[in-house]
Design a protein around this ligand. Structure first.
Ligand code: NAD
Length: 473
């Protein structure tokens, strides 16, 4: 029997992370008549959402949370109650790359999606629209359906929708407020269409109807992996070209500009850098690689795998360039790392290129001072002591320190490395002359994010290494 088109009154979001938290906060802010409860099994995370110190740092997020928390927005660890009361449930749990067993290193670990789905099946006493918000491999909704139907009380109906999230960290609130599109995938059944229409109404409170796209469930699931793969591919493409620039005297910023003026290409996502990070690009491409392999499409798998390989190459190429500037040895040299987050305006460090760089410099015997305006010190130590990658904390701390500001990090350093494009590291904000005066000579700066004016820094006396341009000197 079909679930009719309903007016959604209560929403539950399972997973209070970087996606579930901001997304469902905006839904609550834009739909004051809908009760939104965001739940998580992580008590500390929920406590933080209920405090003045939110677990996620995003411009504008504090204000929106404060405007509706306690009114129609609630954060709780009572997962069962929120599931029980809701008529629409977002599943926004983590889907990391599998670390063990079949597909390890490539396939998505769907264990969290499965356990959230089982919980929904066990608790549901009324019909539910279940929405995949997590990024999942194509046809995951089918497995969710099997779990829901096999484990729930007789007579309860479920509809599963795919509604992937396209927000970017650092601009989450503005991306959610003004999305390029909202994608809703459903089965092309009467029930599927009605469920999609119910969810579309929730978004229509602030998103224009023609930006709410409905499509086949499997297309929607694949579109999210495809969008991330295409974005990362552009970065790897421009980074591959940056290597040619460094070797020839061409300038990657001029090349990007020239190519971006072609309306078929466009200027966005053509900025060369030390490499992409974040929890999604690598994970989602590897997921696509695994999907291609399991569909017996090895050439397709190899094509997408190269995007990740090029990113690894770019990080390694950049750190090798730093080392070779010091006659191939940085043993005992002090290196200041400015920025530890994977991009500006977020405190997220997942897959941050800074981690790879610090680990590489450590193995070469350097002393490293890190400064990031938003990343917590404890997070940096967690990232640098990941099991199997680096040794214990005391060992790490013999070589790595965390500075209270950029000037302290750079004091007496041999090289300064821009790892994150925080605005406060621009040469129009930070006093690089003062930094230069307090550094060892020759003083190097390596701009891994193309935020510095090379000529200006050279005039101060720096040797400047910029991605996609030959090093000065
Ligand atoms: P996250 O790790 O920040 O948050 C996931 C949360 O889910 C965690 O707090 C975890 O405790 C909770 N959780 C796991 N299992 C649970 C359960 N059974 N019951 C209740 N809570 C549970 O992850 P995230 O960055 O928010 O990503 C979530 C999904 O969204 C992933 O699939 C990711 O690929 C996708 N995505 C992420 C981004 C991004 O920028 N981070 C953007 C688009 C899509």
């Amino acid at each position: 029997l079909a679930i009719p088109h309903i007016k959604v009154k209560k929403i539950c979001c399972i997973g209070a992370g970087y996606v579930g938290g901001p997304t469902c906060t905006i839904i609550a802010a834009k739909n004051p008549d809908i009760i939104v409860t965001i739940v998580d099994i992580n008590q500390a995370r929920i406590d933080a959402w209920n405090s003045d110190n939110l677990p996620i740092s995003e411009p504008g997020l504090d204000e929106v949370v404060k405007s509706c928390r306690g009114r129609n927005l609630f954060f709780s660890t009572d997962v069962d109650k929120a599931i029980h009361d809701a008529d629409l449930i977002f599943v926004s749990v983590n889907t990391p790359t599998k670390t063990k067993g079949m597909g390890a290193g490539y396939a998505a670990d769907l264990g969290y999606v499965e356990s959230a789905t089982r919980r929904i099946a066990q608790i549901a006493r009324s019909d539910k629209i279940v929405v995949e918000k997590s990024t999942v491999p194509c046809r995951t909704a089918q497995n969710m359906r099997y779990i829901l139907e096999a484990n729930s009380k007789a007579g309860i109906r479920f509809d599963i929708l795919s509604n992937p999230e396209f927000l970017a960290e650092g601009t989450a609130v503005s991306d959610l407020m003004n999305p390029d599109r909202v994608l809703i995938g459903s089965l092309k059944t009467e029930s599927g269409r009605a469920a999609a229409a119910s969810l579309a109404d929730v978004y229509a409170s602030w998103v224009a109807r023609d930006q709410i796209i409905t499509m086949n469930l499997w297309s929607s699931e694949l579109s999210k992996l495809a969008a991330n793969a295409l974005l990362a591919q552009r970065i790897s493409s421009i980074n591959a070209l940056s290597a040619i620039c460094e070797a020839t005297g061409a300038d990657i910023e001029e090349v990007s500009y020239a190519c971006g003026l072609d309306t078929r290409i466009g200027p966005k996502f053509l900025k060369a850098s030390v490499g992409f990070g974040g929890s999604c690009f690598q994970k989602d491409i590897l997921n696509l690689v695994y999907l291609s392999e399991s569909l017996h499409l090895p050439e397709v798998a190899a094509y997408w795998k190269q995007v990740v390989d090029m990113n690894e190459y770019q990080k390694r190429r950049f750190s090798n360039r730093v080392i070779s500037s010091f006659f191939n040895t940085i043993y005992g040299k002090k290196i200041a790392i400015l920025g530890f987050a994977f991009k500006k305006d977020t405190s997220d460090t997942r897959e941050s290129p800074a981690i790879t760089l610090v680990n590489h410099f450590r193995t070469e015997g350097a002393q490293i001072a890190i400064y990031d305006p938003k990343v917590q010190e404890s997070q940096i130590w967690i990232d640098l002591t990941e099991p199997g990658v680096m040794d214990d904390l005391t060992e790490v701390q013999k070589q790595v320190s965390i500075a209270k500001d950029a000037y302290a990090a750079c004091d007496d350093a041999d090289a300064v490395i821009i790892c994150t494009e925080w605005d406060e590291f621009r040469d129009t904000v930070l006093d690089y002359k003062l930094i230069y005066d307090h550094m060892k000579k020759p003083a190097f700066v390596f701009d891994g994010r193309l935020i510095l004016n090379k000529t200006r820094l050279e005039d101060m006396g720096f040797q400047v290494g910029t991605i996609g341009r030959a090093t000065s000197g």
